[in-house]
Design a protein around this ligand. Structure first.
Ligand code: NDP
Length: 243
């Protein structure tokens, strides 16, 4: 089957690096974004320049109907999705008492319901083909707690639960479901922590002594996409943060 990947949230950061690595390794890739069309189009142009087949699609993964339209468009343009990378995610650092119901809901809508919407939208074809691969992006905070990250951490725990349960359910069909749990990766998402905190984390907390690079998460996604006897696995890529 033609290798077609949907990487959600791939205009920037980990998703962009993943789209690039997959495209360079023979996948036709849909670059999804919500706001930064400029970034998505620039990445698409760069990859097309290298001879890769890519498309871009604006879609809020929290909106089930938009996700269905996106996957239909991908099918028409590239073919049915055979690899789904559920990467789109948002975070907000605040004390639990300050989280509004709206913020709590939006973080769950994007991080968890986004995975649900995208997975349901691509699963029909995968089930038909008895083949396919899903890689979810969780976090070190998907297995450990973090102060001022209750909503984010709860969604990332949910993603690990979803990964393991779906892997068990889908294994007899040949569809594999795995997860990457990144540590602190140098993207826009962690810039809000401030350079001083990031330097402190690198020097004093992360055993490998530095932040991770987006392409190091992309390589883990590529490994799981190719590792045909691996399912239900949570691969930590965190410089030893969680040992
Ligand atoms: P960034 O904030 O750098 O990028 C987020 C990406 O997601 C952008 O492409 C953004 O699009 C897109 N996006 C946001 N909301 C939506 C939405 N509702 N629908 C579609 N796309 C959306 O994040 P990172 O690259 O750092 O993080 C990627 C994933 O990795 C997230 O799930 C995050 O939780 C996880 N992670 C990150 C870590 C880190 O240290 N950076 C650590 C552990 C996990 P646009 O450009 O249009 O805004």
């Amino acid at each position: 089957m033609k290798k077609v990947a949907l990487v959600t949230g791939s205009s920037r950061g980990i998703g962009a690096a993943t789209a690039e690595v997959l495209a360079e390794n023979g996948w036709s890739v849909c670059i999804n974004y919500i706001e930064r069309a400029d970034k998505a189009e620039a990445l698409a142009a760069e990859l097309r320049g290298k001879g890769c087949e890519v498309m871009t699609c604006r879609c809020d993964v929290a909106e089930a109907d938009s996700v269905k339209k996106m996957t239909a468009e991908i099918e028409k343009t590239l073919g049915p999705v055979t690899l789904l990378v559920n990467n789109a995610g948002i975070a907000k650092q605040q004390q639990f008492q300050d989280i509004t119901p709206g913020t709590w809901k939006r973080i769950f809508d994007v991080n968890v319901n986004g995975c649900f919407n995208c997975t349901q939208a691509v699963l029909g074809n995968m089930l038909h083909e008895h083949d396919g691969c899903i890689v979810n992006i969780s976090s070190i905070w998907g297995s450990h707690g973090a102060s001022c990250e209750a909503a984010y951490s709860a969604t990332k725990h949910a993603i690990i639960g979803l990964t393991r349960s779906l892997a068990a359910e889908l294994a007899p069909t040949g569809i594999r479901v795995n997860c990457v749990a990144p540590g602190v990766i140098d993207t826009d998402m962690v810039k809000v922590l401030g350079q001083e905190t990031l330097d402190m984390l690198a020097k004093e907390v992360i055993p490998l002594g530095r932040l991770g690079k987006p392409e190091e998460i992309a390589e883990a996604v590529l490994f799981l996409a190719n590792s045909r006897y691996t399912t239900g696995h949570v691969l930590g890529v965190d410089g030893g943060f969680i040992i």
